[in-house]
Design a protein around this ligand. Sequence first.
Ligand code: PLP
Length: 455
Amino acid sequence: MTSLPNSTASRDIAYHFHPYTNARKHESEGPLVIVKGKGIHVFDEQGQEYIEGMAGLWSTSLGFGEQRLIDAATKQMHELPYYHAFNHKVSTPSVDLAEKLIELAPVKMSKVAFANSGSEANDSVVKFVWYYNNALDRPEKKKIISRIKGYHGVTVASGSMTGLPANHADFDLPITNILHTSCPHYYRFGLEGETEEDFATRMAADLEQMIQEEGPETVAAFIAEPVMGAGGVIVPPATYWEKIQAVLAKYDILLVADEVICGFGRTGESFGSVTFGIKPDIMVMAKALSSSYLPISAVMIADKVYQALADNSAKIGTFGHGYTYAGHPVSAAVALETLKIYEERRLFDHARAVGQHLQAGLRGFADRPFVGEVRGIGLIGAVELVADKAAKTPFDPIGKVGAYLVGRAQAHGLILRNLGDSVAFSPPLIITEAQVDDMLERFGKALEDTQDWLA
Ligand code: PLP
């Protein structure tokens, strides 16, 4: 990389330790510095335009430069730039937002607790679940089951629930009481001759076997994303969710839906839970809650959970958990405005309609060499590359070809993300059909470059 001594890139290398980055590679290659965004596009320092095919990190649902969000933040900054919710205090925007979220919830929910990120919200969930079972005098019912390839964040507890090797290796994770059951990826883990429904039955049987082996009286909760995101965009096989929920109901195990990616239109419905008929006891949301213009996340809890937490807080004298910035009024004001825009512009319907166009377009790549599987729903999708299509053999090492493809996409003005050799798509919900076509044309060029490179 040739960057000038005082450039942003060289100062980035000098001073900034990046998340999710190979630090040594970064020292030699440096960053792509993004300086501006407008709609679905971002621009680098040289003025080069890119389609943000991932909406940042599956997050900027309204795209860049939405004036109404800027105005909502400015207005709230003037009125009350900060307040908290400890010790019976509160700011109005956080109350308005809590009320609105309860109204939007796909199942009857009782209360909303706020945090700042998906990881923090999921850490709160772990503590809520443990506290809940202590409150109910079931101190042994503490284990939480998530899934291999599930993604729930990176803090100590949420990173433990995440089921990806890079989030555990050398971080001394997972902590105790966190278990991982099978990943419901039919293409990868379905057996020869096994139907999707039979595969789903086997996934539910795996879960039930784990519960029985551990002892149902020790298992407190099951956490899952309706569609797995960072694990590779894995859409559950037909009948999966009804079978999983039947197992959980049998053993009095709480169901936590991690809607951090799926929530607010991504799957073409308000929540992934609606798309897949999930009836959670706890729901977690972040990212598109504020279109990611400011950090805010939320945990919604059902009344049976709230009642136990409330009783125990009265017994102890306080609920000894909460963040300085939880329900931050400026973040809450921006989130409220975001939700208003979703409704006024009917963006969930829009995501469903344009999502069909995206899915059809992506499936147009299924016949290409090295494309093993194309999958997705709504405005989330992935193209998985394999060394041998018939045998579904992955490349060795996994991720090298995916990274090459993403690099070529960037050269053609499209920012995507490879999860191993699966290249993910999650554009802003505001994307139009014509812009989807533009995005897929750029992707097609990158795919051709990759095919040439592999030939
Ligand atoms: N849960 C899911 C499903 C996510 O996709 C993510 C982040 O991508 C998180 C939790 C963690 O959120 P954050 O990065 O805001 O901590």
